[in-house]
Ligand binder design. Structure first.
Ligand code: FAD
Length: 287
């Protein structure tokens, strides 16, 4: 299942403050020096980070960096989405991460917009913009928390692929078997697109536990127990976290994963350590 050229990419989120943006502008060149195929930038559903996403995307483009904006459709109208995509196309953007998103609390009621699920966004992009964008969608090896059952989630994932997704990036996970088993299930139902593991470095246990509860990613008990045991010992958390995640990545690469997508959390440190230890190519890859 491996592609000829594995894709190693990185993800940022739009900073909330000008100071955060200034810090990010110092981190991006360090991450870019690794040679990721592209940088993706998250987008808050309902347009909640719209300006910040645009600013981050603009800045990356101004540096000549291949950029893939995320677009979460829930809470948006067709008109808004069309305007955003027209703007991106004019900016020379050729890759998108197309998502449903989750409405931020307090923004949801009565405002779900013109799209219900990500497959509708993918269909819309293909209908209105043809092949102008390479489209990535989200995949969930441990299954999406709102899905009725694994088989329904797989059917829904297939809908996104049939609507025109070119590739998928997974939610993060720490159990490689979940990924390989998910891949097998996908191949059995005829899903052939590359499914790139999303990799979350472990640097802060409290934050990771909160994210994982919210998005349905499992932190295996042995990892939780070790991390809990380190309490406030940040150095030990980072060292152990690095070892766990580097081993996971090695296992994924050896098993034929078609690339890796690193959730950088806007910091260059952990992704640089992983990139270097894994011996990932430091030259820029074609997108
Ligand atoms: P969908 O594919 O629409 O699926 C959502 C749920 O609905 C699933 O349970 C699915 O089984 C079910 N479903 C799908 N289609 C149908 C259908 N036709 N009928 C019935 N049920 C259906 N969130 C953001 O807000 N901004 C981001 O930038 C962002 N980036 C992300 C990047 C990656 C790589 C990943 C993995 C997630 C990201 N998320 C982001 C989180 C994501 O938006 C949430 O996980 C959200 O709950 C689901 O989005 P989705 O695109 O997977 O939705």
């Amino acid at each position: 299942m491996s592609t000829d050229t594995p894709i190693y990419s990185v993800e940022l989120f739009p900073p909330k403050t000008p100071e955060g943006m200034d810090k990010l502008k110092l981190e991006i060149p360090k991450i870019n020096a690794l040679g990721p195929a592209y940088f993706s930038v998250t987008y808050g559903a309902g347009g909640s980070t719209r300006d910040g996403t645009f600013e981050t995307v603009n800045w990356l483009c101004s540096q000549g960096i291949d950029t893939a904006p995320h677009l979460a459709c829930i809470g948006s109208s067709r008109k808004e989405v069309r305007e955003i995509l027209t703007h991106y196309r004019e900016q020379g953007i050729r890759r998108l991460v197309a998502l449903r998103g989750d409405m931020p609390s307090g923004m949801g009621a009565g405002n779900s917009g013109d799209f219900r699920y990500a497959n509708e966004l993918v269909s819309f992009v293909r209908a209105e913009f043809g092949d102008a964008f390479h489209i990535e969608v989200a995949a969930y090896p441990e299954y999406h928390p709102q899905s009725g059952s694994p088989s329904r989630d797989l059917e829904n994932f297939k809908r996104k692929v049939e609507a025109g997704a070119d590739a998928a990036i997974t939610q993060y996970f720490y159990n490689a078997d979940a990924y390989f088993s998910f891949l097998e299930s996908c191949r059995r139902v005829g899903i052939e697109i590359p499914i790139i593991p999303g990799v979350m470095p472990i640097t802060n246990y409290t934050q990771l536990a909160r994210f994982s509860d919210a998005c349905g990613a499992e932190i295996p008990r042995w990892i939780r127990r070790r991390l809990e045991g380190y309490a406030d010992d940040v150095e030990s958390i980072r060292a152990f976290g690095h070892e766990v995640v580097a081993n996971l990545c090695r296992h994924l690469i050896d098993g034929g994963a078609p690339g890796l997508h690193f959730y950088t959390m806007n910091h260059s440190g952990s992704v640089t350590r992983l990139w270097t230890d894994l011996g990932l190519p430091v030259a820029r890859k074609p997108g």
